[in-house]
Design a protein around this ligand. Structure first.
Ligand SMILES: Cc1cc2nc3c(=O)[nH]c(=O)nc-3n(C[C@H](O)[C@H](O)[C@H](O)COP(=O)(O)O)c2cc1C
Length: 369
């Protein structure tokens, strides 16, 4: 049996051993943006998950662009040096390649960690002024952001460029721009959060303008052969918000601007709206975007079983599968999936004695300790 999920894939010039990707997941465990020993442990574990690519969590391109006080950043030499050490370690001990998600939290910045409530920081919790396309809070528990002027936009654009340069120096092999979940870029594109009446608001064309400027500026500094992608919220799941058809136009414009792949997520534009909790809820729009734009497509969202992931790839609904919670639940998810689908996955030498080929009852011989 040949498995589609375990077939090799190439995004731009980056060769991937299979279609399984670890989704970016905030760990809220950094100090002023600097990754900590927790990241070395967490990412080191995922380096041997069997996924071909691990995407490091939403990492702020500037200090005020972090979601929480514990979010990673890549805006200082300390951040860059620490990431370089973590990534070098992961590459030394693991089989996966590493990408980073570059992010600006916009009006959803200055929040508490999830286990501390996840709402906007209170006056005694060292909050900071947030920025956004329009001065509209994401929910009742957040302060109103300041509407950005063109000088702010130039600053944020440069911060993305600097962060991309730092990411390259730190050893990342793929860059994903966070344009989803109600954070700054998505909040420009969505009509729910962008009420501007200048050239950066209004029609979809106006709302896409700033994120496209950021994308073009980043593309200009990322080597031609290196994958540059974006994670998007393909629908706002609310009346008057972004739809799948809008997202086709949005992704097509990004493809024209040099985007190599898209990662399809959804939701997050306001605190009130909930994303569906049905298996593979983003798959239909991902399939539409892949079909109508032809861009290499990754999909995420309640994909949990090996057969489900296999079918999505085999049926041409997406090229890659990103897994979030399933990988936290079982960091060797891909080992189990390979066993179920009759495929091979690279394991570290130290763990080879647990490989299926050694079953059943493989005898310990010679100098087996
Ligand atoms: C602990 C945790 C942290 C997350 N952090 C991020 C993040 O940094 N960036 C992002 O785009 N999505 C983030 N997400 C969303 C996941 O990447 C993923 O899209 C979502 O969990 C749905 O996929 P799943 O059903 O496979 O978990 C996070 C999810 C979890 C559970």
């Amino acid at each position: 049996m040949t498995s589609a999920l375990f077939s090799a894939y190439k995004i731009n010039q980056l060769e991937l051993a299979n279609r399984i990707v670890v989704a970016p997941m905030c760990q809220y465990s950094a100090n002023d943006g600097v990754p900590s020993p927790w990241h070395t442990t967490h990412l080191g574990m995922l380096a041997n998950s069997g996924a071909s690519l691990v995407v490091v969590e939403a990492t702020g391109v500037e200090r005020r662009g972090r979601i929480t006080h514990g979010c990673t950043g890549i805006y200082s030499d300390e951040c860059e040096d620490a990431f370089a050490r973590v990534i070098a370690h992961c590459k030394r001990i693991g089989t996966a390649k590493f990408g980073i998600q570059l992010a600006h939290a916009g009006r959803k910045a200055s929040s508490a960690r999830p286990w501390e409530g996840g709402l906007g920081l209170k006056p005694n919790e060292d909050p900071w002024q947030t920025i956004a396309p329009s001065a509209i809070a994401p929910g009742a528990a957040w302060q109103a952001p300041r509407a950005m002027d063109e000088a702010d936009m130039a600053e944020v654009r440069e911060a993305f460029v600097d962060a991309a340069k730092r990411s390259l120096r730190a050893g990342f092999e793929s860059i994903e721009l966070h344009m989803a979940h109600g954070y700054l870029m998505h909040s420009f594109v969505s009509p729910i959060s962008n009420k501007r009446n200048d050239a950066y608001g209004g029609s979809l064309e106006g709302r896409m303008r700033f994120p496209l400027e950021v994308l073009r500026a980043v593309r200009a500094v990322v080597p031609k052969g290196m994958p540059l992608g974006a994670r998007i919220s393909s629908t706002d799941w609310m009346e008057g918000g972004l739809t799948g058809d809008d997202s086709v136009a949005w992704v097509a414009a990004m493809k024209d601007a040099g985007l190599d792949f898209v990662d399809i997520s959804s939701g997050g534009v306001t605190a009130e709206v909930r994303t569906p909790a049905t298996p593979g809820y983003n798959v239909p729009i991902a399939a539409q975007i892949r079909r109508e734009t032809g861009i290499p497509t990754r999909v995420v969202g309640l994909i949990a079983t090996a057969q489900q992931a296999e079918d999505i790839v085999a049926q041409g609904k997406a090229d890659m599968i990103a897994l979030g919670r399933a990988m936290l639940e079982d960091p060797h998810w891909a080992w189990m999936a390979a066993k179920q689908l009759g495929a091979e996955v690279k394991r570290p030498n130290q763990y080879l004695r647990a490989a299926p080929k050694m079953w059943p009852g493989a005898a310990y011989r010679g100098n087996a300790a």
